[in-house]
Design a protein around this ligand. Structure first.
Ligand SMILES: Nc1ncnc2c1ncn2[C@@H]1O[C@H](COP(=O)(O)OP(=O)(O)OP(=O)(O)O)[C@@H](O)[C@H]1O
Ligand SMILES: O=P(O)(O)OC[C@H]1O[C@H](OP(=O)(O)OP(=O)(O)O)[C@H](O)[C@@H]1O
Length: 222
């Protein structure tokens, strides 16, 4: 039976949304209302004359909605994709939300050198898996302290010796007396697609990928 549900796109609210909207507009994906202002979590819209809909959700939840098939497509940071490893396709780097995932710590501690193999440290992060994997590879016993934000505070109150967090301008690190020790990877936002949706609704999804690809190329050149 054909799926008659409107094609559904999960958008991250928060900082990615502002950079997402011009790309959506350039690709002809048009929400029917101002998604930055509305308190609605599901907003209608159109693409090439067809009805679509947008879900406005927390960044870390986009992977879940797309993996579960509640959304056909989504826009998620590479950090979330690496941390949660959802079973989704990732056809396009949208080149927004650019930053890097880093190990950081208090200046004095970082300058004294990286923790030795066999040593123990406390690491504050919301990227539990990525931080654990990194320290496993270093042979360092890391106690992961899970936080939901403001990781830079943890070393200041002696709750952790290191943090694993995103760095863009470095302003938050500087304001809190921290410096970068290692960059783990570069981050940007990605278009993600539910594999079953791609199989059954390719005719609708492929043109969206192509329009977004053109929009990214245009904004990259401009
Ligand atoms: N400083 C930054 N510079 C560029 N991109 C960033 C930066 N911080 C976060 N991002 C990107 O934006 C995504 C969402 O970040 P945002 O700060 O909006 O949400 P969050 O704080 O992770 O989650 P929430 O506010 O829902 O708890 C991140 O997953 C990352 O890909
Ligand atoms: O290098 P900068 O330009 O200072 O950006 C880095 C900061 O941005 C993000 O936090 P966000 O502002 O999203 O707040 P949060 O800690 O509540 O997630 C990230 O977690 C850093 O704290």
């Amino acid at each position: 039976m054909p799926d008659t549900r409107p094609l559904t796109i999960a958008l991250s609210k928060g900082r990615i949304l502002e950079q997402t909207l011009p790309l959506l507009a350039a690709a002809g994906l048009t929400p029917a209302e101002d998604v930055q202002k509305t308190r609605k979590l599901m907003v209608g819209g159109t693409f090439a004359g067809e009805e679509i809909r947008f879900l406005i959700i927390r960044a870390a939840d986009v992977c879940t909605y797309v993996e579960q098939g509640a959304a056909d497509l989504g826009i998620a940071g590479r950090d979330s994709l690496l941390e949660y490893r959802p079973h989704v396709y990732e056809p396009l780097d949208l080149k927004i939300g650019r930053c890097r995932l880093c190990v950081c710590g208090p200046k004095e501690l970082v300058e004294a050198g990286a923790p030795e193999r066999g040593s123990r440290i406390r690491v504050a992060t919301k990227y539990d898996h990525l931080a654990s994997e990194y320290y496993l590879a270093q042979g360092v016993h890391a106690e992961i302290i899970h936080l939901y934000g403001s990781m830079e505070l943890a070393p200041l109150v002696d709750m952790a010796e290191r943090i694993v967090d995103l760095v863009e301008t470095g302003g938050t690190l500087r304001a809190n007396g921290l410096i970068e020790e290692t960059t783990l990877c570069d981050i940007s936002s990605r278009l993600i697609v539910n594999p079953a949706s791609f199989a059954t609704r390719k005719g609708q999804i492929q043109p969206i990928i192509e329009k977004l690809r053109q929009a990214v190329e245009q904004s990259d050149n401009g």
